[in-house]
Design a protein around this ligand. Structure first.
Ligand code: AMP
Ligand code: ZN
Length: 114
């Protein structure tokens, strides 16, 4: 049985504030937002992290970035800019082991993000 919480969100077994869905991905509001706009974009397919990407599944990342661009426009943050984050693995700060990209916007972000 798949215990992955993001797979459960994809299946509708856990509620989420879903804002986008197609055959490949879904996007929903982060439960603990760190910025005025904080959306997670995930593949429906369970891929553990960016470290599990390969020639067969990496097309999903290009698609996710196209969805991010569309969502940024819809949220009115495309002109001022935004941040896309992927945390990979333990030292990368990944807490949910299902590939996801954070879309942060609505404020100015510092650098470096340490
Ligand atoms: P990361 O640290 O990159 O793995 O990010 C995981 C993100 O998932 C965090 O920002 C959490 O707030 C978010 N999160 C965890 N559970 C849920 C959930 N059930 N619905 C929405 N966001 C969630
Ligand atoms: Zn999963």
């Amino acid at each position: 049985m798949n215990e992955c919480i993001f797979c459960k969100i994809v299946q509708g077994e856990i509620p989420s504030k879903k804002i986008y869905e197609d055959d490949k991905v879904i996007a929903f509001h982060d439960i603990n937002p760190e910025a005025p706009v904080h959306v997670l974009i995930i593949p429906k397919q369970h891929i553990e992290s960016a470290n599990e990407l390969n020639e067969e599944n990496s097309y999903l990342v290009a698609h996710i970035f196209m969805v991010i661009k569309k969502l940024a426009k819809e949220h009115g943050i495309d002109k001022e800019g935004y941040r896309i984050v992927n945390n990979c693995g333990e030292y990368g700060g990944q807490t949910v082991p299902h590939l996801h990209f954070h879309l942060f916007g609505g404020k100015s972000f510092g650098w470096p993000p340490l």
